[in-house]
Design a protein around this ligand. Structure first.
Ligand code: SF4
Length: 383
């Protein structure tokens, strides 16, 4: 049955504590003071303090985050595709949002560009399709403590922010009630206590939104809170920032992650080889060289990466950038994203082709996430 969906609610972006009622990108770079070691500028041969270098980098990523494109007409004009406007709409809530650097990776004049299709609000989103629901993983209000999701035996997930640098039109959390599910300062102690009372928890996932939209200062606070718990051995950061604003992997962040007493795993989210250009690759390799384990998860998206060529190119490009393919997700059936879905038989057929074409270590696991299952469910390849 097909109906028209109501307009989405405004997606409010809550913050971790009361002093966070200020946008992350509005933090003045001077708040970020770091070590005073000296760095040689190869152009001028002059010394600059590491603090100056970091400040410059921070201005860069936070400025890029502040300058994301939200104007549909600007985007269409920039890409010279204004004629497709009748097929699009302006959402009230989960708005258009895309960093300029990501737009620069799109092909002008091509309305089917695989990066563009991930961010363009299509009128297809307004069509309600049976089986596609606002909370496909039943996450809302399932938390033992606000912001803490304990779905898997040895891992917990914390939604540290509702903010993202990019709005992916297929996002399974696009209707998520971040207001109701975000930890505030008083929940920090509760989260610490909860983890302490569950000795089986050895790994904590920072998620959102995108945890790397937090300033270094706030992110480092979270790291410290977790590192203070001796049972926590691994901190996992789920993020799309290094793909859409690679400058986010600044020196201060990478140094802090390298110094952590915990193992740091960064699970990136990239869906197409075109997202990883030489500039992005350079930043990812720097992170890899700091000892951070880099994995990638991809969502299988009709018309975007549903061919063997696209999947092979993505796995190979990731590997060149020091990243291993981890998961290939069948689309979560979220309301408004049915046009990105593809029949599961077609996904399985594609996966067999990937197995035949790629070395085993470059084939991600084909999985689907089902509500209330304590693990990701492998897709049955023999049905
Ligand atoms: S970056 Fe991740 S959380 Fe944010 S909109 Fe995209 S898929 Fe959703």
């Amino acid at each position: 049955m097909i109906n028209h969906l109501p307009q989405q609610k405004n997606r409010k972006i809550p913050f971790v504590s009361s002093d966070d009622n200020q946008s992350e990108q509005s933090l003045h770079p001077s708040e970020h003071k770091d070590e005073a070691s000296m760095v040689i500028n190869s152009d001028t041969n002059k010394c600059r303090t590491a603090d100056e270098v970091n400040r410059q980098t921070l201005v860069n990523w936070q400025t890029l985050l502040a300058e994301v494109i939200t104007d549909l007409d600007w985007l269409l004009a920039k890409l010279n595709i204004s004629h497709i406007k009748p097929e699009l709409y302006v959402p009230e809530g989960f708005s258009l949002r895309v960093p300029k650097g990501f737009v620069a990776k799109m092909q002008p004049g091509n309305p089917q560009d695989p990066l563009l299709l991930q961010v363009l609000p299509s009128k297809h989103e307004q069509v309600a399709v049976t089986g596609y629901v606002p909370d496909p993983l039943a996450e809302n209000n399932q938390n033992p403590i606000k912001g803490l999701l304990h779905k898997y035996h040895s891992r917990v997930l914390i939604t540290v922010t509702g903010a993202c640098a990019i709005h992916c039109r297929y996002c399974f959390r696009q209707h998520f009630d971040y207001q109701a599910n975000m930890p505030r300062s008083e929940q920090l102690t509760q989260i610490q206590s909860y983890i302490s009372e569950h000795p089986e928890i050895s790994e904590v996932l920072l998620s959102g939104g995108d945890p790397l939209t937090l300033s270094n200062r706030r992110l480092f606070l979270w790291l410290q809170v977790l590192e203070d718990l001796p049972q926590v051995q691994t901190i996992r950061i789920h993020t799309r920032l290094p793909i859409v604003i690679p400058e986010r992997l600044d020196t201060a962040l990478l140094d802090r992650l390298q110094q952590s007493r915990c193992r740091i795993v960064m699970v990136l989210h990239s869906n197409h080889a075109n997202e990883i250009d030489a500039h992005t690759k350079q930043y990812l390799l720097q992170a890899r060289d700091k000892g951070i384990t880099l994995l990638n998860q991809t969502v299988l998206l009709a018309g975007i990466n549903d061919t063997l060529e696209a999947q092979v190119a993505l796995s190979e490009r990731l590997f060149e950038a020091g990243v291993l393919p981890y998961y290939l997700h069948v689309l979560d059936k979220v309301a408004g994203a049915a046009h990105f879905d593809m029949p599961q038989a077609q996904a399985v057929d594609l996966y067999w082709q990937m197995l035949a074409k790629l070395p085993g270590y470059l084939v991600p696991k084909l999985v689907q996430e089902l509500p209330n299952r304590p693990f990701k469910t492998p897709v049955d390849l023999y049905r």
